[in-house]
Ligand binder design. Structure first.
Ligand code: SF4
Ligand code: SF4
Length: 463
């Protein structure tokens, strides 16, 4: 067979840029509000002060995370694990209840893409103008518009990267360093890396991140049931679709309420047609609801041809909000939330480690006196310096001798050598359990206990 007879078929379609038309309506306003709140939190938090320190600061060199007056230490990383579990279950809970609410209204990818789209529209205009510009040959005007848009995007991305680093380096110091070109290598790397990630994901890849890179889009259907809120087109009401004149009884013409204006497709940031049914590309942004409701208003038809509804509702079955799965997630959420709250509020503000002196197990001192030496590692996890008292019990007449007062600065650790003396008559074993009690001076309730062993000589008849 002549090879020239083969017809070549492309296996992969070339990606076509999507130019979403701006949508106006209740959900669009809600989305703008949620975007402003979340971006506000991200960009403003590093500038807030809490006492003499930045309110939210992840101080990696000092291994301390400061979050509004609470300092987390490496040993508190268990909370991080619980917070991640809490976030995952919250996501499951809301997905089962309200579908892809996170994707449409709170995901950083969506929020930053909206910010980039807003800048794009500011410079190029809405969808028709953007499409016209893209098809136009290069000219001075087109070049000027592209440069303006790219400059805006780049400045915004760099500021986003700068803000990200500001969570790890005090942002006022970082600003000084930027102004005098004195950034460290890591600060420069992370600023550029994070800025570039935002620039490429929100400026160029956009819906492709949701469609091809985000794992959540793939497994969220496992959390859906017939009572989960989805964005859906009411096929029974909309079909047969087709154009018609206003004020004409379309039902007599055999037409449904969809006038086939394609507005729902034009506003869709992922470029899908919701009338084809539920699709994994749909991020539940609700733009198609607003667009269609506007058309329904113009046509004097009831709103809600595309709506936020459930599969059951579409089939005339009442939606059940409280189902076992929702109840299960809600119980776990409340339990973890309360557990973390109680655990954080009861967190001890100091820690003590007792390390035995390894050079000698014990020493006989004077007549019938046995000495053990320890190093006490005392950590002040509080935000202010403290003086501590230390006592010990477990053996009758046990005496603690230390050569210095225990004074520890905020967020610091000191090592204090102590000697314990016990009368040999009071030692009934070779190894006796003793307990150290660390107390903040003036706060008798702040007792931290740590157990240790006191060693003595072999006493005949005693193990
Ligand atoms: S916006 Fe509404 S009326 Fe227009 S095509 Fe979409 S579903 Fe039909
Ligand atoms: S189909 Fe509608 S809700 Fe889904 S992504 Fe497109 S515009 Fe948003």
């Amino acid at each position: 067979m002549n090879p020239s007879n083969f017809q070549s078929n492309e296996l992969y379609a070339k990606h076509e840029k999507i130019y979403p038309r701006i949508a106006y309506g209740f959900f669009s306003r809600l989305k703008i509000l949620s975007g402003l709140i979340l971006l506000g939190i991200y960009y403003i938090f590093p500038w807030l002060q809490w006492g003499e320190r930045q309110a939210v600061l992840f101080d990696l060199p000092a291994r301390q995370f400061h979050i509004f007056g609470i300092t987390f230490w490496p040993q508190d990383f268990i909370y991080l694990a619980f917070i991640l579990i809490l976030a995952a279950i919250t996501l499951f809970f809301f997905t089962t209840l309200a579908g892809r609410l996170w994707c449409g209204f709170a995901c950083p990818q969506t929020i930053w893409t909206d910010a980039f789209l807003w800048m794009e529209r500011l410079v190029e205009g809405d969808r028709p103008k953007q499409m016209k510009l893209a098809q136009a040959p290069m000219s001075l005007r087109k070049f000027r518009i592209i440069v303006t848009k790219q400059t805006l995007w780049l400045v915004f991305s760099l500021f986003t990267g700068f803000t990200f680093v500001g969570y790890f380096t005090p942002i006022h110091e970082l600003t000084q360093a930027v102004l005098i070109f004195n950034l460290s290598g890591w600060e420069t790397f992370w600023m550029l890396f994070y800025g570039f990630a935002v620039y490429s994901n929100a400026g160029f890849l956009r819906e492709q991140v949701c469609m091809y890179m985000c794992p959540y889009a793939r497994f969220q259907s496992a959390m859906f049931d017939k009572n989960t809120m989805i964005i859906a087109y009411d096929e029974k009401r909309g079909e047969s679709r087709g154009p018609r004149k206003r004020n004409v009884d379309h039902k007599k013409q055999g037409l449904g309420d969809c006038i086939n204006c394609t507005m729902c497709v034009q506003v869709c940031p992922t470029g899908i047609d919701i009338r084809d049914g539920m699709q994994y590309q749909c991020i539940s942004c609700s733009a198609c609801i607003d667009a269609c409701d506007k058309i329904m208003d113009k046509m004097d038809y009831p709103k809600g041809l595309i709506s936020y509804t459930t599969e059951n509702n579409l089939n005339g079955i009442p939606t059940k909000v409280w189902r076992p799965r929702i109840f299960f997630y809600a119980c776990i959420l409340i339990a973890i939330f309360v557990g973390i709250g109680i655990s954080i509020s009861n967190r001890s503000m100091a820690e003590i480690d007792v390390i035995r002196d390894r050079t000698s197990l014990f020493k006989e001192v004077g007549i019938n006196s046995i000495e053990n030496v320890y190093q006490l590692r005392i950590m002040n996890l509080d935000d202010k310096p403290h003086n501590y008292d230390i006592t010990v019990d477990g053996i009758e007449g046990l005496k603690l001798i230390k050569d210095q007062d225990i004074q520890v600065n905020k967020g610091s650790v000191i090592t204090v050598p102590v000697r314990l003396l016990a009368h040999s008559n009071n030692l009934h074993k070779r190894s006796t359990k003793i307990t150290f009690h660390l107390t903040v001076q003036g706060d008798q309730e702040s007792v931290i206990v740590e157990e240790a062993r006191f060693l003595g000589p072999i006493i005949r008849g005693v193990k």
